[in-house]
Design a protein around this ligand. Sequence first.
Ligand code: HSE
Length: 440
Amino acid sequence: MKPIQVGLLGAGVVGSGTVNVLRRNQEEIKRRAGRGIEITMIADLDTARAQALAGPGVKVVSDARAVIANPEIDIVIELIGGYGIARTLVLEAIAAGKHVVTANKALLAVHGTEIFAAASAKGVIVAFEAAVAGGIPIIKALREGLTANSIQWIAGIINGTTNFILSEMRDKGLDFDVVLKEAQRLGYAEADPTFDIEGVDAAHKATIMCSIAFGIPVQFDKAYIEGITKLGAADIKYAEQLGYRIKLLGITKRTDKGIELRVHPSLVPTRRLIANVEGAMNAVMVQGDAVGTTLYYGKGAGSEPTASAVIADLVDITRLHTADPLNRVPHLAFQPNAMSDLHVLPMSDVVTSYYLRLRVADEAGVLAKVTGILAALGISIDAILQREADEVAGEGATQTDLIILTHDCAESEMNAALAQMQALPTVLAPIIRIRKEELA
Ligand code: HSE
């Protein structure tokens, strides 16, 4: 049978990995797919870069629309990224009847509803394994492997840049700014790392997993997002002393009141496997009612790890494109007419436990006032740690750090407690609040 013809938009890091892995493993991939898979066109504004990648017989163009317009092309791989031209091209490819493979988490988290509806109307597949956690086949696991389960929650380290930074901060006792510069020097962090360090990239991925887990439309605008820029080495050290590591987690959870969708630094017990995921690696925990806890670990970025996911999608499409669209795996795991209207909770309604660090005057009655505020709001304390003032703030210091771990309470209650505690004259600096997840 004639090989399936693929057009590649974007000859960058992932594009080159995709060409190289397809070329290297072509025989095995063909034996699995039942048919050859060939990239026959590459579009990139930098045609020299695309030409360097293209082998014999591969047509290089600078205009992505030339790929979409080619009737011989069955599948378009979108590796341009972003919400702008990528959205236009994906919609045009769908309208032209092409199946689409994309690694673009931002695009799907924000415009997924429009894109999946267009694809369903046209009877084409939009595949996106590479969009979440790079080489880890988490979309496949959630959509197919765990399909028997009522998923209860997902918690993932789904941004390698921030995990690298947090690992370095813990290992070397360095502050965020110092490690960020080092990460940029080593090429782990982008020149503009905003999406990574502010938690936006992780929130894009969490939004996609949330939809697949609970059968709700993608709702990036409802995600609560907090990055790692305000974390200090002191909090990482205190967390360690209390038996926790700080990780940037993407969390989505089913509760009686609705769905939680949030990204923020979290204390995780050191004894959990996920707390020991270090460097730029990713890991995703999924809790299903039947299977219990499962954990998926691997490289969340990089040329060939991400290409691994892109090619898995190419193979899926090669096997499935002749199937009746109604018999394919739905884009968001649930049939489009069986989506749920469960709503995403505002952060104020989320219930979790907390780590608090208060820089306080080291004098009589301070602890009583702080614990009194928590008690009056019904917030129960789990543990308290206070170091000698000298050790924290230097010889002869008259202030110290008070670390409090709480039991579960609603975020709105904690906000009220923080406002009252912050107003105490003996609380000398902005209170640090980090949420805590037991992941039991
Ligand atoms: N910038 C992402 C990360 C990889 O650091 O994990 C692509 O999503």
